[in-house]
Design a protein around this ligand. Structure first.
Ligand code: SF4
Length: 272
């Protein structure tokens, strides 16, 4: 008799049903022997319909209550048990509210072999201008880029643009801010076709972190095709040796200091 959806105007429970606590308790005890606690009260559900509430002693259902609904036929002098259920009280332990899978789903949740049906009224899609059951016409349409039953709607495009532009492949990504130039001028940038081509393309540089991903025209990275070539490092200079603090025992020509030939001047090794 509970949760019928009908609004009851009865505020006071039927006196006969209110007094039938023992009837309600006996019914609850029959349902859960030894697990029915103190009487918590009685509520009016409707005319000649009332529910007695008892605490449950079951430790697995802390805060729950036995609800025993009694009814009485018009002019009847006895209460009849209508329903016995265990209901959560205010401090009952409850599972979190159930959330439909379509609201729980997050980007990246789809795994191998999973199916993700798209709703018929998905706002991201609109019917295509050309969809036919004629196989020949469909083949031609497919070659022309037509023939799909639904295409991206304006809302779907806006969602994608916002998602891509503020993401890791947009202009504000750290790698883009440090890039020497934007993707728009890169030889590895492959523009998209259609409505998004002015703002996005695909990166086709296998050495770029965004290879194979959609990037915005003002994204960029250090693998830009026109990045300045770094010149090779110059050869290191010969080592400088301080010969004023050491005894030089041999020169590059095998001369002993002071035994050079006529006209020669003994120069320290490494000095010009
Ligand atoms: S290599 Fe770098 S600059 Fe060039 S398209 Fe890819 S991400 Fe853009």
């Amino acid at each position: 008799m509970r949760d019928t959806g009908e609004v009851s105007t009865v505020t006071a429970p039927d006196p006969l049903l209110t007094a039938a606590v023992d009837v309600a308790r006996a019914a609850a005890e029959e349902e859960a022997p030894g697990l029915v606690g103190e009487h918590l009260g009685v509520e009016a559900d409707d005319e000649r319909v009332a529910t007695h509430l008892f605490a449950t002693l079951d430790p697995a259902y802390r805060g729950w209550r036995w609800a025993v609904t009694l009814v009485r036929a018009p002019r009847a002098k006895v209460a009849t048990v209508d329903e016995i259920v265990l209901l959560p009280g205010e401090d009952a332990l409850l599972a979190p509210p159930w959330v439909p899978w379509s609201e729980r789903l997050r980007p990246g949740d789809l795994g191998v072999g999973d199916l993700l049906p798209t709703q018929a009224d998905d706002p991201r899609l609109v019917p295509a201008f050309f969809a036919t059951d004629d196989a020949e016409a469909a083949e031609v349409a497919f070659e022309l880029g037509l023939g799909r039953r639904r295409v991206l709607s304006f809302d779907g495009r806006v969602d994608a643009v916002e998602r891509w532009y503020v993401g890791d492949q947009g202009p504000e990504a750290p790698i883009a801010r440090a890039a020497p130039a934007a993707c728009a001028t890169c030889g590895f940038f492959v523009p998209l076709v259609g409505a998004l081509k002015q703002a996005f393309g695909a990166c086709a540089n296998e050495f770029a972190p965004d290879d194979g991903k959609v990037v915005s025209v003002d994204h960029g990275c250090g693998a830009h095709s026109e990045a300045v070539v770094v010149p090779s490092s110059p050869s290191p200079p010969p080592p400088l040796v301080d010969e004023y603090g050491i005894d030089v025992v041999g020169g590059p020509l095998g001369h002993e200091p002071g035994s050079v030939g006529d006209g020669d001047t003994a120069e320290p090794f490494g000095h010009s």
